[in-house]
Ligand binder design. Structure first.
Ligand SMILES: Cc1ncc(COP(=O)(O)O)c(C=O)c1O
Length: 259
């Protein structure tokens, strides 16, 4: 995936890593693993393409590094499949999951790993507070309930399309402000020109009864991370409020500038 560097130039990040790993004088020790979010949550809803993920996996295999996918924010159905990398044709060595895994807001995080990487003996990884019993029960129930067939995943994909449509409409409506829709699945947001606008939009939305958050290096992205169980009616209501909030903030800015 080409990324823009600080000078705005496109950088082929895989080629850059390859160069650093191949060059014995690069000063970079060979890492044990590469850890990656397929859709960056707090980092700004940047999405990795399937091609980039496959290239990263090849790079890891070539250099004897493990590929770790941090699916804490993008997993558990958030992108329309249980894992964010499904259909990308990769097989990570380790996957981390947390957040909505318990299905009930209870504390639960897991580290999945290939069998051959599991060095723990049975009962060896212990401690006073290992595992929240209630969370184990609710996580089992939610996995059995929501993932017994693909109807839940399909409903998430349908709502993702609605969310994308509504956010694109907002971005188009305020064309001159160069708003940009970013992300994937039910992990979408609108990148604003700066963090100040994003903050004002979130404040306005809060006044109207909608809690929004921001992400990105300058907190410039208004981020939608609504519950996967939200109904289309609730989602539309939330998007109406967001649309009004963007209009209130950006129209106000235009009228202040022209007065
Ligand atoms: C991608 C990602 N990884 C890790 C974490 C930390 O998760 P936890 O608080 O469950 O350790 C977060 C929390 O926001 C996250 O978004």
């Amino acid at each position: 995936m080409p990324y823009a560097n600080y000078f705005g130039e496109q950088v082929n990040t895989i080629a850059m890593m390859e160069k650093l790993l191949d060059d014995p004088s690069s000063g970079i020790d060979k890492p044990a693993a590469a850890i990656v979010e397929v859709v960056q949550g707090e980092g700004g809803l940047n999405t990795a393409s399937a091609e980039w993920m496959r290239k990263l996996e090849n790079l890891c295999r070539k250099h004897g590094m493990l590929l770790i996918v941090d699916d804490i924010q993008a997993g558990c159905g958030r992108t329309g499949h249980f894992f964010s990398f499904e259909e990308m044709g990769i097989r990570p060595d380790i996957i981390t999951l947390s957040k909505s895994l318990s299905g009930y807001g209870l504390p639960l995080a897991v580290v999945l790993m290939k069998k051959e990487l599991d060095q723990w003996k049975a009962g060896e990884h212990n401690g006073t507070f290992r595992g929240n019993n209630h969370a184990f029960v609710t996580a089992t129930a939610s996995i059995e309930h929501f993932w017994r067939d693909d109807s839940f995943a399909r409903s998430v994909r349908a709502k993702s399309r609605l969310l994308a449509e509504r956010l694109n409409r907002i971005a188009l409506r305020h064309g001159p402000h160069s708003l940009r829709v970013k992300g994937r699945g039910m992990m979408l947001g609108i990148a604003c020109p700066d963090g100040e606008i994003a903050e004002e939009v979130c404040r306005e939305a809060f006044r109207k009864g909608l809690i929004m958050e921001t992400c990105g290096s300058n907190a410039e992205i208004v981020k939608c991370l609504c519950p996967l169980t939200i109904t289309k009616e609730q989602l539309n209501k939330a998007m109406d409020i967001l649309e009004e909030s963007f209009a209130a903030v950006l129209n106000e800015r235009v009228s202040t500038r022209s007065s």
